[in-house]
Design a protein around this ligand. Sequence first.
Ligand code: DI6
Ligand code: FE
Length: 412
Amino acid sequence: MGASAARKLWDRVTVFDGSRTWPEAMALVTGGERIERLVRVAELGPDERASCELMAGGGVITPGLVDCHTHLVFAGQRAAEFEQRLKGVSYAAIAAAGGGILSTVRATRAASEDELVEQTRPRLEALIADGVTTVEIKSGYGLSQNDELKMLRAARRLGAELPVRVLTTFLGAHALPPEFVGRPDAYIDEICKRMLPAVAEAGLADAVDVFCEHIAFTPAQCERVFEAATRLGLPVKIHAEQLSNQHGSALAARFGALSADHLEWLDEAGVAAMAEAGMVATLLPGAFLTLKETRLPPIQALRDAGVPMAVASDGNPGSSPMFQLTLMLNLACTLFGLTPTEALQGITRNAARALGLQGQAGELAEGRQADFCLWRIENPVELAYAVQSGRLRQRVVAGRITHGAPESGVSP
Ligand code: DI6
Ligand code: FE
C-alpha cells in the first residue's frame, strides 16, 4: 500500500516533544509525511480514531534524534593509540609525533570514495538503529582539495542511500597536512582561495568548521577561514576551548556562528558572547571521557545566560570512538551534570538548532514533518538512565516506518 498515504495512529504514548514530556497519555496521528494531530488521548474523537490505521499503543515517542557533530567518514582505526593513551601518553603528544588525526588522514587519503562509503556505513547504521534521523558529518581527514571533496561526496552518498538526513560540514582546517609543515598560513591560503571555493562550487557543504586549538589553528587563522566562508554564504561553527582557552567561541560569535563545540575551557566572556550571538553550545562528553579530561564545561553559566545546549557524539576514530547517541545522554548527565530533560533537548531541539534546522527537525508538533522514534520504555528519562541498545521499536521518517514492523492492529 502507499505507505505514507493513510492516516496512522500511535495511541496512548508518552511524548517528549523536544522541550518537555507531556504529563498525560497522548495520541499522535500522521497523515502522509506530516504530523496531523498530537492530542491528549481523550481528545481524539471516535470517528477520527476509526479513520486511522493503528500502529502501536503504549511506549514513548521522541523526535527523531539529531547528532549535530560527528566525524563519521574516515578510513581505518586507531586502537593502537588507545593502548598508548592507556599507558599515559597524551592525545597532544600522539598528535605531535605524527599520529592522531594525521594517521587517519593517511588512511583516508589511501581509501577510494567507495571504500570510505563502505567503511562508514556500519557506523551510520549504528546511529540509525539508535534513533538518529538527522546527522552532521564533517570532512577534515583529507586535507587536500580532492580528498576533502571525496569525503564530502561519501557523506552525501550515504545520506542518499540510508533513511537519514545528512548535513555536511567542510573542516579543512582540522590539522596541518604534511605538505604544509612549517607553513600553516600557506595552508590557510589554500583553504580560503582554492579548497573552500571548490567545495562551495560543488555544493557539497552545508557549513564550515575549524579546529581552534594550540595543536591546530590559531584564532587569526580561523578568522580567515570564517571570512572566506562568509563571503561564500556558508554558515560557520567552531571546535573551541577543548584543550585550552583560545577565545575561539567569542571569535565565532562575531561571525554569527551556529555553534561552538567542546567548551571545557570556555570563560565568562565567551559565554556572554555566545548568548549575545544566539549560538548553541554543543557539549561532547564522549571526547571528555575518552581523553580523561577533568575540567568541566561551564554548564551553570551557560544555563544562566540562556545559551541552548546541544549534546553530540563527536563520533571519530581518536577522541570519541563512540557511535551511540543515547550513550551521550547518560554521559552528559553523569559527567556534566545536565538534567535528563536538558540532555534530551540536547539531542533533539537544540541539536537541530545547532544545524540551522530549528522548526524543521528535533521537535514534535502538528504540521511538522513526521520524524520520530517509538521506544520500548515507559519514561523518556530511561533513555539517559540506562545504556542499552535494542530499545528502538519504530523509527519514522517523513511518515514512513524505516525500522521495526508496522505492528498494524496491535491493540493498545
Ligand atoms: N576535536 C576532536 O575531538 C576531534 N577533532 C577535533 O578537532 C578529534 C579527531 C581525531 O582525533 O581524529
Ligand atoms: Fe569534533
